[in-house]
Ligand binder design. Structure first.
Ligand code: PLP
Length: 381
């Protein structure tokens, strides 16, 4: 196909060379252990702990089941403070546990939960805070921890975007009571489907292992109405192989991120959300904010990009608080969420994935640049 017409999606999953995966499959076929904590599961868990720099990890079938189980493990009830500016699974995990989400507005710079607005949302029913490290940019963990300590609240981080992100002291996944990861195909690190809970100690990990296996402690003892959240050997083997490529993947993403910053720098009306200080970022997404000084609205720009076969995504629009199962909540009112509402109107996540080449990137930034100067007629590619 003509390079000019080639469709560019917001992401394209990274896959290791197929021939490297075949020996793993042969092993599975040979030993016939398919799931329930088989040899690849054990190895992947260890390798992940080492790579991430955390002590305990429990592997899951998905990030969503990990979130649901994390809430069960901590026996969270009542109300939980969370962000409307996320993927819908964040809040859905609360509803699946019969918990009422309480939406708090985000910070205009980082697009993460605004800690200065949390206290006002706390009620006697509040039991926890569930923030999201949006786009892999860490929340203000210290401020959140302080509030949680003062009010005796648990903190569960939805760290689905934050694989490999570190601050000056190590992995951001060590914050909070629990953190969860997603290894879905669209994420920086994928096992096709998969997820994990980062646990602080063996006791919590053991409890979570029981919960993800129907509540079974041994052959005859069931301690809770657990779920089936066990990662299969196929996904664990794939994870092990993917780990060999993660540094290459992150390096490639860093390069693409740098090119965008350079080529989009100074375009009137285009702004980048600010990045909190980290010692290792993961470049999971490349969000831009299309402000009023840009000649086109975000939606008009998105449409024009599509006409040129560039499929950016409006993460996160609509806000979670706008979906039918949430919009009746008092905290879901637009007046309560002015920043999130505005950001959801402006944000556009540009394609970023290993394999996006310079020519393709130039197609994207060139178009955004031309349109910024109202030269739509020249933008016929
Ligand atoms: C992807 C994602 C999830 C859900 O993870 P799955 O593995 O797809 O179930 C949860 N929260 C956020 C913020 C996500 O981006």
């Amino acid at each position: 196909m003509n390079e000019l017409l080639k469709k560019i999606y917001v992401t394209q999953p990274f896959l290791p060379p197929l021939e490297e995966f075949l020996p793993y499959l042969e092993q599975i076929w040979d030993n016939k252990i398919l799931t329930n904590g088989g040899p690849f599961h054990v190895q992947f868990e260890q390798a992940l702990c080492e790579y991430l720099g955390v002590e305990h990890v429990a592997l899951f079938t998905s990030g969503t089941i990990a979130l649901v189980t994390a809430l069960q493990a901590l026996r969270i009830t009542g109300e939980v403070i969370t962000t409307p500016y996320s993927f819908v699974a964040t809040s859905h995990s609360l509803l699946w546990n019969g918990i009422r989400p309480v939406f708090v507005d985000i910070d205009a710079d980082t697009l993460n939960l605004d800690p200065t607005k949390i206290e006002a949302a706390i009620t006697p029913q509040t039991t926890a805070i569930m923030p999201v490290h949006c786009y892999g940019r860490p929340c203000d963990m210290e401020a959140i921890e302080k509030i949680a300590d003062n009010y005796n609240l648990k903190v569960i981080y939805d760290a689905a975007h934050a694989f490999g992100v570190r601050d000056e002291n190590g992995s951001v996944l060590r914050y909070g009571d629990l953190s969860i990861l997603s290894f879905h195909a669209t994420k920086v690190f994928n096992t096709f489907e998969g997820g994990a809970i980062i646990c602080p100690d063996v006791k919590m990990k053991t409890h979570i292992e029981h919960l993800k296996n129907f509540g079974y402690v041994n052959e005859v003892t069931v301690i809770a109405p657990g779920i089936n959240g066990k990662m299969s050997e196929f996904n664990a083997a794939l994870g092990l192989l993917q780990l060999k490529y993660i540094d290459q993947v992150l390096g490639e993403r860093r390069r693409i991120d740098g090119v965008y910053r350079e080529q989009l720098h100074g375009i009137p009306g285009i702004r980048f959300p600010s990045m909190p200080v980290v010692s290792a970022a993961n470049y999971a997404y490349f969000p831009i904010l299309v402000g009023p000084e840009y000649p086109l609205s975000r939606d008009a720009l998105n449409e024009l990009l599509r006409e040129h076969n560039i499929y950016a995504r409006r993460y996160f629009y609509p806000l979670i608080s706008g979906f039918p199962m949430y919009r009746g909540l008092p905290s879901a009112k637009r007046e309560n969420l002015p920043v999130a509402t505005e950001m959801a109107q402006q944000v556009l996540c540009l394609p970023i994935f290993p394999g996006l080449n310079e020519y393709e990137q130039k197609r994207i930034t060139g178009l955004i640049n031309l349109l910024a100067h109202n030269r739509k007629s020249e933008a016929i590619l």
